[in-house]
Design a protein around this ligand. Structure first.
Ligand SMILES: [Zn+2]
Length: 324
């Protein structure tokens, strides 16, 4: 799951860095010569021509910061704090260890020491949240001041992400197939707390999104066939997820398909439409539709669904039988 990074940046060099490389994102052209071609391509894929918010930390006393930085992964949420406020949040997209780039962006802290453990961010959002709220939530003393760069453990992170609206709909952690399997297994056996379920569900989602979208920025909806930025697409279970057996969930290559949130997902989920012999079909009587629904459905009924094949067919049939 995504974890939460606490990143004090209210004074001194950190405040300056925030202003110079987060509030004023850095053009890739300025960083390019310090990066490998692969890194440049990756960043360009994510940011295009936009400036890139960049942060870095020093190794710290006894490599303390370095050890924290090693835990950072894509999809993590960084909270910038200062003056007893969380003043912004941002999502991690990528990280690199690069002393030369750090020197170019921020200079030297002292001889030989710079902010070389770098992470790139996106979706920077401004907030005005008293740190006391975070302290209460995590059981810290009310006057606790956030000092030093720190990555919260999974339990604490989950608490924070459930309480505040920091999560990203676009960037998710990388989840391996083995981990996905473990999560599915646990779902079937574990009477764990709802809170833990939410965390696992996010990991499950992350894996399925990775499978369907990879690093793509946009993809086609499996129902209407229109191309959308991936944040407007969900990994829809062809057979209702709650009804799937463990084996069916593990058949992830055939059980999910992208559907847009502009209507296709909800029409399919509510059984207004289904896929019959590969063709998008209307399951409702015309009299149940309003004109706006008719307009929408006119464009998709009769289309061929490219996700229908011999392996997915049984799941579509389940959906059709369930709703008709
Ligand atoms: Zn659609």
């Amino acid at each position: 799951m995504s974890t939460v990074i606490l990143q004090p940046a209210g004074k001194g060099a950190a405040k300056e860095h925030y202003s110079n490389t987060i509030a004023n994102p850095v053009q890739l052209s300025r960083m390019e010569k310090y990066l490998s071609p692969r890194q440049v391509a990756y960043l360009r894929e994510i940011y295009g021509e936009r400036g890139i918010p960049v942060w870095g930390t020093t190794p710290g006393d006894k490599n303390r910061n370095k050890k924290q930085w090693e835990k950072v992964q894509k999809g993590d949420i960084a909270l910038f704090t200062g003056d007893n406020k969380i003043f912004s949040s941002a999502v991690v997209t990528y990280k690199i260890h690069n002393k030369k780039l750090a020197e170019a962006l921020w200079g030297w802290k002292e001889e030989g020491i710079t902010w070389e453990y770098i992470y790139f961010l996106d979706e920077v959002k401004k907030h005005d949240i008293p740190v006391m709220e975070l302290n209460n939530l995590l059981g810290y003393s009310p006057n606790n001041v956030i000092r030093g760069f720190r990555v919260l453990d999974e339990k604490k992170s989950l608490k924070v992400l459930q309480h505040f609206d920091f999560s990203s709909d676009k960037y998710f952690p990388d989840v391996s197939e083995d981990e996905y399997k473990t999560i599915v297994e646990q779902y079937m056996t574990d009477e764990s707390l709802d809170k833990e379920r939410v965390g696992k569900s996010r990991r499950e989602q992350a894996f399925l999104r990775r499978f369907l979208f990879g690093d793509k920025k946009s993809e086609y909806c499996g129902i209407c066939g229109k191309e959308y930025p991936v944040e407007f697409l969900i990994t829809a279970h062809i057979k209702k997820r709650a009804e799937c057996s463990k084996e069916e969930k593990l058949d992830y290559k055939n059980i999910v398909m992208p559907m847009c949130t502009f209507g296709c997902d909800v029409l399919y989920e509510k059984g207004y439409i289904s896929v019959v012999n590969g063709v998008i079909s209307l399951l409702k009587d015309e009299s149940e539709l309003t004109s706006v629904l008719k307009d929408y459905l006119d464009k998709i009924i009769g289309r061929k669904c490219s996700y229908w094949n011999n392996r997915t067919r049984k799941y579509f049939e389940w959906h059709y039988n369930h709703h008709s």
